[in-house]
Design a binder for this molecule. Structure first.
Ligand code: THU
Length: 161
């Protein structure tokens, strides 16, 4: 038996003001997107914005459904739209913000496992990391240099063939 250990890193900014200007701008778009979330069942609102290497910014938010599992997270709404509109563009950064509607979330909220799996597909496809910045409603912003840092022991296409 041997132990397999994977290390991953997060970088934490104290607040929005500490972010590089372009990233703060992207987070601003995610915050706008969050305000348009359709989340009448959970009242948990999530917004995502991503910057493509062609300069386009794509945003998305969570879209819930009376049939609960039919809803979709903000991150996948955004990245699937980007993939469908700009199949050859690379995703450079994604900014995510999430909060309970009635109780401002003060700590960084990382994307769920299903979103990490969806996002890592594009990172692998484009042969370049996607930096992920995530926050609650206020407070610290965490940065992961890549989706794979958020998803150790990834399931990927290499096992399919
Ligand atoms: N949600 C997201 O949009 N992204 C995540 O990474 C986690 C959860 C949404 C799904 C659902 O609409 C609500 O947040 C509560 O789970």
């Amino acid at each position: 038996m041997k132990e397999v250990k994977i290390e991953s890193k997060l970088f934490v900014f104290d607040n929005l003001e500490e972010l590089p200007r372009d990233i703060a701008g992207l987070m601003g778009k995610a915050i706008k997107a969050r305000s348009r979330a359709y989340a009448p069942y959970s009242n948990f609102q999530v917004g995502a914005a991503l910057l493509l290497d062609n300069g386009e910014i794509i945003t998305g938010n969570n879209q819930e459904n009376a049939s609960y599992p039919s809803g979709l997270c903000a991150e996948r709404t955004a990245i699937y739209y980007a993939g469908s509109q700009y199949p050859n563009a690379k995703v450079l950064y994604m900014a995510i913000t999430a909060t309970a509607k009635d109780n401002p979330t003060k700590e960084p909220i990382p994307p769920c496992g299903a979103c990490r799996q969806a996002m890592v597909e594009y990172e692998i496809k484009q042969h370049a990391p996607i930096a992920i910045y995530f926050m609650g409603k206020i407070g610290a912003v965490a940065k992961s240099n890549s989706v794979s840092d958020l998803l150790p022991f990834v399931f990927d296409k290499s096992v399919l063939f």
